[in-house]
Design a protein around this ligand. Structure first.
Ligand SMILES: Cc1ncc(COP(=O)(O)O)c(C=O)c1O
Length: 441
């Protein structure tokens, strides 16, 4: 029976049933999960075992930036497997050497030393260790509207409601308000937001604060593009108080915004920068913390207290090198910029046509739509940390029509892989347009 099953492959329904029976899905009550069975993927598309195709408007989890099943990345992984599958982190390997050098080339300023991890949360955990060991201080500031990962420390840095169930956790995590206050209250100016940050620092005691971790463009919590001047102001304040500026580029990095990193739009050099997702386009798990030279220098004579069995895993480093090469060879940052402009105009079209579109935002191929009951009240179409019948109906519509994206609270995302064509982008927005019409009725 096993042989017959292997030859035929499992049906989509059997895959769903078995995964639901024997595996735990994240962030969910298990009775509520309704996963899409995925059999294969190519470019901007994936499909079920029965052949239903989906346009991947979320790059899975905002991570398959290079697109699915790129032969060049696959071959690089295969070759590395045949050459050297693993060496422990005390060894020096060629892919680790090459990747360190390559990242030093594309990251801003004098960031030129990297510590490799298994993903984004671990990158942030290690950024906290580095900041604390470097400064000798213990508090870490972060935004309320943020996500930094689900490990114990990163969960406490996370400001969004996913943190609540894990409390109390790591001491010393202090949250500050973002420049954005939700669709009804809107945005502070850069000056207002900076004054609030500085006041928080004074009230907490600058001498107790090791770092401020922030997503330069906030991801899951709303594709929040900061007002011009804000990040420069944060950089100045951090320098003034000896606080390390830690930019979490896990979601915003590797071309997502049309630059290598979101900080590049404002020419900011953070002290520490964390990354994952697009680093390998998720073909193999890998994260990293990049640090500026003065921080790396500190650890020349002092022990860095941190480690992981899979730190600098050769397979992941080889996957990352091939992925970065694909971004360059296919000019994917240029395409993200070009298609980002198309996305902006398609978003404008949605705003003109549908009164329930309260706001749209995108920077490159990092996009989001916020829905409201009406534009007078600007009341969100689903409450904070909740959902509603219209949002559920919209999610169902997208799924039926073969558009995969993330629907969260009163928002949905538009984060396709960077090689997306204009035709594919328009196809996605055409489904969105019909979906909005269907819930407006
Ligand atoms: C900004 C940001 N930081 C950190 C993480 C955590 O990364 P991982 O899930 O790889 O641990 C995520 C994941 O979505 C993220 O978006």
């Amino acid at each position: 029976m096993k042989t017959a099953e292997a030859a035929a492959g499992l049906s989509g329904q059997t895959i769903v049933d078995l995964t639901r029976k024997h595996t735990l899905y994240e962030w969910s009550a298990q009775s509520a999960v309704d996963p899409i069975p995925v059999a294969g993927a190519k470019g901007c598309w994936f499909w079920t075992p029965e052949g239903k195709r989906f346009l991947d408007f979320n790059s899975q989890l905002m991570c398959v930036n290079a697109g699915h099943s790129d032969e060049r990345i696959i071959r690089a992984i295969q070759q590395q497997l045949e050459t050297l599958a693993y060496a422990n982190p005390f060894m020096a390997t060629e892919p680790r050497a090459r990747l360190g050098r390559k990242l030093a080339e594309i990251t801003p300023g004098d960031i030129d030393t990297f510590f490799f991890t298994n993903g984004g949360a671990e990158a942030n955990e290690n950024a906290v260790k580095l900041a604390r060991q470097y400064t000798g201080r213990h508090k870490i500031l972060s935004f309320y509207r943020s996500y930094h990962g689900a490990t114990a420390g990163a969960m406490m840095l996370t400001g969004d409601p996913r943190r609540w169930a894990a409390e109390p956790g790591m001491p010393g995590a202090v949250h500050v308000l973002n420049p954005y206050h939700g669709i009804q209250r809107g945005w502070d100016t850069a000056e207002q937001a900076l004054a609030m940050l500085e006041e928080t620092i004074q009230l907490e005691g600058a001498q107790t604060i090791a770092g401020f971790i922030l997503e330069p463009v906030t991801g899951t919590n709303g594709v929040l593009i900061p007002p011009d001047g804000y990040l420069q102001g944060v950089r100045d304040i951090c320098s003034r108080y000896g606080i390390l500026m830690i930019c979490d580029e896990v979601m915003s990095g590797f071309g997502r915004t049309g630059e290598w990193f979101a900080v590049d739009h404002w020419r900011i050099v953070p002290d520490l920068m964390t990354m994952a997702k697009g680093l390998t386009s998720a073909y193999v798990p890998l994260g990293a913390v990049g640090m500026r030279r003065h921080i790396a220098e500190h650890f020349r004579d002092k022990v860095f207290y941190g480690g992981l069995t899979y730190n600098s895993h050769p397979l992941a480093c080889a996957a990352a090198l091939a992925t970065l090469q694909v971004y360059e060879d296919d000019h994917l940052l240029d395409n993200a910029r070009r298609m980002g402009t198309v996305m902006t105009s398609l978003m404008n079209g949605l705003r003109e046509k549908h009164a329930i579109v309260g706001a749209t935002r995108n920077i490159g191929l990092f996009g989001l739509v916020e829905l409201v009951k009406d534009r007078q009240s600007m009341e969100p179409l689903a409450p904070f940390n909740g959902t509603s019948e219209p949002m559920k109906k919209l999610a169902k519509f997208f799924r039926e029509e073969g558009l995969y994206t993330f629907v969260r609270w009163n928002t949905f995302f538009a984060n396709p892989p960077l090689p997306i064509t204009e035709e594919e982008l328009r196809h996605g927005f055409e489904i969105i347009d019909r979906g909005l019409a269907s819930i407006e009725q």
